[in-house]
Design a protein around this ligand. Structure first.
Ligand code: MN
Length: 134
């Protein structure tokens, strides 16, 4: 059985390490991208079940990347969860407006993090990918 893939688009190395570790512990397969352009490429190639999207990225920002995903027939069904900064007021509203289905505030609460991921992916990491359920 294949593990569920989560694509993480995050330019901050420490955040990436933390998120990747939390996902790995919970048996998700982690795909990493340090910028939106690389993230979009990997989304097309790997077809993850979920995308975690940092908002502030070098080059294309996470909101623009989310809009592109939601306009793409092949990618639009993949849920995108924004990684928002606690300090950036209004990021959550902008994230929803861009097409995100949820958000996780940074700094990341390690206990809540996996709960949110599982909420969107289903609890069993070895379960069917999103879309083929129900
Ligand atoms: Mn960032």
């Amino acid at each position: 059985m294949e593990r569920k893939k989560v694509l993480v688009i995050e330019d901050n190395d420490l955040n990436m390490k933390l998120v990747a570790a939390l996902l790995s512990i919970s048996h998700f397969e982690v795909i990493k991208a340090a910028n939106a352009e690389q993230g979009l490429q990997l989304a097309r190639k790997e077809r993850p079940g979920l995308i975690l999207m940092d908002i502030q990225l070098p080059g294309m920002d996470g909101l623009t990347a989310t809009r592109l995903i939601k306009e793409d027939e092949d990618l639009k069904n993949i849920p995108v969860i924004a990684l928002t900064s606690y300090a950036m007021q209004g990021d959550e509203q902008k994230a929803f407006a861009a097409g995100c289905t949820g958000y996780i505030p940074k700094p990341i609460d390690t206990r809540k993090f996996i709960e949110v991921v599982e909420e969107f992916l289903g609890e069993d990491p070895l379960d069917q990918p999103v879309g083929s359920k129900k």
